[in-house]
Design a protein around this ligand. Structure first.
Ligand code: UD1
Ligand code: CA
Length: 475
């Protein structure tokens, strides 16, 4: 499920047309339907990912509504675009694609709708294979659904042969209960397609050019027609937010099931949110409420205790994430322990066995093996060596209001609690910084840095203070 695949082996006799010009009115959204995300990426990319391994000579995406944004979402597939200015129906959309990009092409055309994200490559391959074996003019997938409302119904004659597809709004009372429906995925011989598209008329309830009408044309031609049954989940289209949420759940469970089959333990699969792009090593244990996104890779034998948000991170083997951590674009070495309540921001690079504890934030900093920052610290734009200890409340003061500056800390350094390191500053190997020190100048290796602060007393001061204050509080 990689995403960036222009296939190695090309099929010169195959073209793919993806219809994505519609607005998706029922989404009630300012964004085109195919741009809505499922499993962390736009719907249209799911469809393009399913099609890419077919290795089609041409991939054409029909765009219209928010054409530029949709084109922008289709990068990396080598797809061409055809602009359908007015959405005059699915048949019109395919015609626009053929005119713009498939002139002179004589092979087979796979047509899919851009809102069918769980479609699998193997299903498309099977459709194309059967189509070619039979020498069909037209082949299509069909599926059985509980509630056929909204779908084109597959109308068969008494002998069971395909006759036509009838849309919801054109269906008769006898046709409405038909539960075999059209998911909108076809393989069509290009010569026949051109001819059938030319014959389409908008004589239907929606006044559109229906691609589905080419089925009746093919029947009239008497050539072999192929229908392939497919699981309704796989070809479910998205028309509303409710359907988007339902497929999100289906996809999530599918992804988690794959990881479990590959040796990953999920304590509560229902609350694991793992993008299809994420990889996880065997014997890793994932607790409840874990969100793994983007290009995240998790090693073997890791423990993610729960409630973690991890985006574009690399975790080596044996990393432990305690609860409540937010990690983005961070790299974590083996045996490291992060959290509870910690944040790693972009550019955090932690070597082996680093400990980052509660309320510690790390940004754009490299931390050497075995170094610990266990409580209440901000480490930004820092380079920290091995086996150092960063005390509670340590702050790298990296920003002067104009630019960011670096803090460099050596190996085996002790930074006392509640210290401020005013960057740019370097603290040498084996140095000690005393508790509560504001370090403004470099500290040489092995030195102790401290700010002279007299530790003074005023005997009996409290009693006088309370007397002065009490009248104001009416005590
Ligand atoms: C279509 C099918 C229906 C099928 C259903 C499956 C037709 C006439 N009907 O109906 O048989 O059961 O899909 O989900 O084909 N689009 C364009 N340009 C247009 C019109 C549509 O690019 O002019 C695109 C849309 O963006 C969408 C896809 O084609 O991605 C399907 O369009 P939609 O309006 O959702 O068709 P349905 O009414 O669902
Ligand atoms: Ca639809």
């Amino acid at each position: 499920m990689s995403g960036q695949s222009v296939s190695e082996t090309r099929d010169a006799r195959l073209a793919v047309v993806v219809l994505a010009a519609g607005q998706g009115t029922r989404m009630k959204s300012a964004h085109a339907k195919v741009l809505h995300h499922l499993g962390g990426k736009p719907l249209i990319r799911h469809v393009l990912d399913a099609c890419a391994p077919l290795g089609a000579q041409h991939t054409v995406v029909v765009v219209g509504h928010q054409a530029e944004a949709v084109e922008g979402a289709c990068g990396g597939y080598g797809a061409g675009f055809a602009l359908q200015r007015q959405q005059r129906g699915t048949g019109h959309a395919v015609g626009v694609a053929s005119d713009a990009k498939l002139r002179g092409f004589t092979g087979d055309v796979v047509i899919v709708y851009g809102d069918v994200p769980l479609l699998e490559t193997a299903t498309l391959e099977r459709l194309v294979r059967r189509h070619r074996e039979q020498g069909a003019l037209l082949s299509l997938l069909t599926t059985m659904v509980e509630d056929p409302f909204g779908y084109g119904r597959i109308v068969r004659n008494d002998a069971g042969w395909l006759e036509a597809i009838v849309e919801e709004r054109d269906a008769t009372a006898e046709q409405k209960p038909i539960r075999e429906v059209n998911p909108g995925i076809y393989c069509v011989q290009s010569g026949f397609l051109a001819e059938a598209l030319a014959g389409l008329t908008p004589n239907n309830a929606q006044g559109e050019l229906y691609l589905t009408d080419i089925v009746a044309t093919a029947v009239g031609r008497g050539g072999p027609l192929v229908t392939e049954a497919v699981d309704p989940h796989e070809v479910a289209g998205i028309n509303s937010r409710a359907e988007l949420a339902r497929l999100e759940a289906v996809l999530r469970q599918k992804v988690v099931a794959l990881h479990m089959a590959a040796g990953v333990t999920f304590l509560d699969p229902a609350t694991a949110y793992v993008d299809p792009s994420v990889t996880i090593g065997a014997d890793t244990v994932i607790g409840p409420g874990v969100h793994l996104h983007g290009r995240t890779t998790i090693g073997r034998d890791c423990t993610l205790e729960g409630d973690a948000y991890v985006t574009d991170c690399e975790l080596a083997d044996g990393v432990r994430l305690r609860p409540m951590v937010v990690l983005a674009e961070a790299k974590i070495g083996s045996g490291a322990i992060i959290g509870p309540f910690a944040q790693l921001r972009p550019g955090a690079v932690l070597h082996e066995d680093v400990h980052i504890g509660n309320f510690v934030e790390v940004k754009k900093s490299e931390i050497g093996a075995g170094t610990k920052a266990n409580h209440l610290a901000y480490l930004g734009d820092a380079t920290i060596g091995r086996a150092s200890n960063i005390g509670a409340g340590t702050i790298t003061c990296n920003y002067d209001g104009f630019a960011k500056h670096r803090t460099v800390i050596g190996d085996r350094v002790q930074i006392g609690s509640d210290s401020q390191l005013v960057a740019p500053v370097t603290i040498g190997d084996d140095a000690y910084v005393a508790t509560g020190t504001t370090v403004r100048h470099d500290v040489e290796p092995g030195a102790l840095a401290f700010n002279p602060k007299p530790d003074q007393r005023r005997a009996g001061w409290v009693e006088g203070f309370r007397k002065r204050k009490a009248p104001a509080k009416n005590l």
